[in-house]
Design a protein around this ligand. Structure first.
Ligand SMILES: O=C1C[C@@](O)(C(=O)O)C[C@@H](O)[C@@H]1O
Length: 253
């Protein structure tokens, strides 16, 4: 398995890395959030730009990105527009989505970009190509906020992301039972052991699934999302508690 190095962080070795989302709507809220986040256990910051009020004005988006970069110094930034199809705040058409992600990569201010795999193969490949030309890593993603697909289906989606050239395949699913959490963990273990040649990220959402956000080192998920202030998805723990648990588990492994 080849780890993914972004700035000073190696994703795919040792303790799972902690990614903290920013879900501010205004530039002020975003910059305030990031000032706090950088003093916490966060390894990576995810800017959830679908929450940002000026996201459809690229000049303003770029200015806010510049400020984020200035505050964060060397901490990696993941740029994510989560579409309303997959649980995000705003809708966007596929062409504009691809353009936005490509333009974000071209700024040289971000380190990772999220692309939803069900946007379409050509769209994903286009983002991957531009991102890689700009030295930006790609997290391909898929979210099911209602249910947990069968293990074979989860593995097949993660494999597809890898085949499309994503550096890090990611899937988040909703459990309807404790057994669904086991399905997500079994799919993670199978993907990580039998198919992945790169790090993967998986989680089962909500309180029922919270264990999946803690045991990545045991089953093969390389990064976990933790909240500082407002969470971006159900089941995210506070980043400091998350770090405590991850370190406790790591010590005994
Ligand atoms: O893809 C993910 C994972 C996530 O949905 C979670 O469940 O922690 C949170 C999102 O902000 C992020 O983009």
């Amino acid at each position: 398995m080849n780890p993914v190095k972004v700035r000073n962080i190696e994703i795919g070795t040792g303790i799972p890395k902690i990614c903290v989302p920013i879900v501010g709507e205004t530039r002020e809220e975003i910059l305030k959030a990031v000032e706090t986040i950088k003093t916490t256990a966060a390894d990576v910051v995810e800017w959830r730009v679908d929450w940002y009020e000026d996201i459809f004005d690229f000049e303003k988006t770029k200015e806010t990105m510049e400020s984020l970069r200035a505050v964060l110094g060397d901490m990696p930034i993941l740029f994510t527009f989560r579409t309303s199809n997959e649980g995000g705040e705003k809708a966007i058409d596929a062409d504009a989505y691809v353009e936005l992600n490509k333009n974000a990569a071209k700024t040289g201010l971000i380190d990772l970009v999220d692309v939803e795999v069900f946007t379409g193969d050509d769209a994903v490949k286009a983002v991957v190509e531009t991102a890689h030309q700009c030295g930006v890593k790609v997290v391909a993603s898929n979210h099911d906020f209602h249910k947990t697909p069968a293990k074979e289906e989860i593995v097949s989606r993660l494999r597809k992301m890898q085949e499309l050239g994503a550096d890090i395949p990611k899937i988040a699913v909703m459990p309807q039972s404790r057994r669904d959490v086991l399905t997500l963990l079994a799919a993670t273990e199978e993907m990580a052991s039998d198919y992945a040649d790169r790090p993967i990220i998986t989680m089962s959402m909500s309180g029922t699934g919270v264990i999946s956000r803690l045991c990545g080192e045991a089953f093969g998920s390389a990064l976990t999302f933790g909240a500082v202030g407002k969470a971006s998805a159900p089941g995210q723990m506070g980043a400091e508690d998350l770090q405590t648990v991850l370190e406790l588990l790591h010590k005994s492994m």
